[in-house]
Design a binder for this molecule. Sequence first.
Ligand SMILES: C[S@@+](CC[C@H](N)C(=O)[O-])C[C@H]1O[C@@H](n2cnc3c(N)ncnc32)[C@H](O)[C@@H]1O
Length: 225
Amino acid sequence: MNTATTALPPALPPEASSTRSIAAALSHQSIHNLERYYDHWARHYDADVEAEAYCGPTMVVDLLDAVAQRGNIGHDSRVLDACCGTGLVGRTLQERGYRQISGCDLSRPMLDQAQASRAYQHLHNQIDLTQPLPPALLRHFDAVVCCGAFIPGHLPASALRGLVAMTRPGGVVVLSVRETYFDTAGFEPLLQSLGREQGLVVLEARMSARYLQNARAHYLALYVA
Ligand SMILES: C[S@@+](CC[C@H](N)C(=O)[O-])C[C@H]1O[C@@H](n2cnc3c(N)ncnc32)[C@H](O)[C@@H]1O
């Protein structure tokens, strides 16, 4: 038996609708299958999420702009787009004037699309945010943004610890969390623990805001003490 072939999640058929592509992404149970799914989806991802009126990247960058002063963030600050995918957030950051944009993701083909966008100065390959992070990335960024990855089948709430660890003291983390995931995945107790342990502060929360045409998200901006 060819185990490499049987391990593959179903490739997207040409007639797959954007709605089904997104629904399939939410259903993955293992990091390996998730990575392979995005490897296959990379070339269709932008068109599929556009068809579903995906506005997460704009909402995340809007929130970063809104809190930038409190984290002493300017257009020359180092911004990491964690789970950058094809680069929708990086392109939005670049349009807003940010000039030092890094990205990281699990999927090489998604990163290839991000590379082609020319929005990023650095791209970090095969970073799994559920695993210990490379020491060189710790406390390295003025701002870390993460859009579209705190959703079922993707990042657990605990991955927020990694985003915080990559942010310099006094910097900010901005993330989206699917509304339905926020309550079930333990974000409230984690935010409280991070507040007690590390002095993390919620600077601004935009709750139940636009995300996809059929789903809403919470957007959080956090101050890293
Ligand atoms: C829905 S896409 C969002 C991409 C982009 N941020 C956007 O808003 O368009 C989710 C991305 O998270 C990445 N991802 C999922 N789990 C991950 C993990 N554990 N570590 C790093 N990246 C991960 C996937 O490879 C995929 O590119």
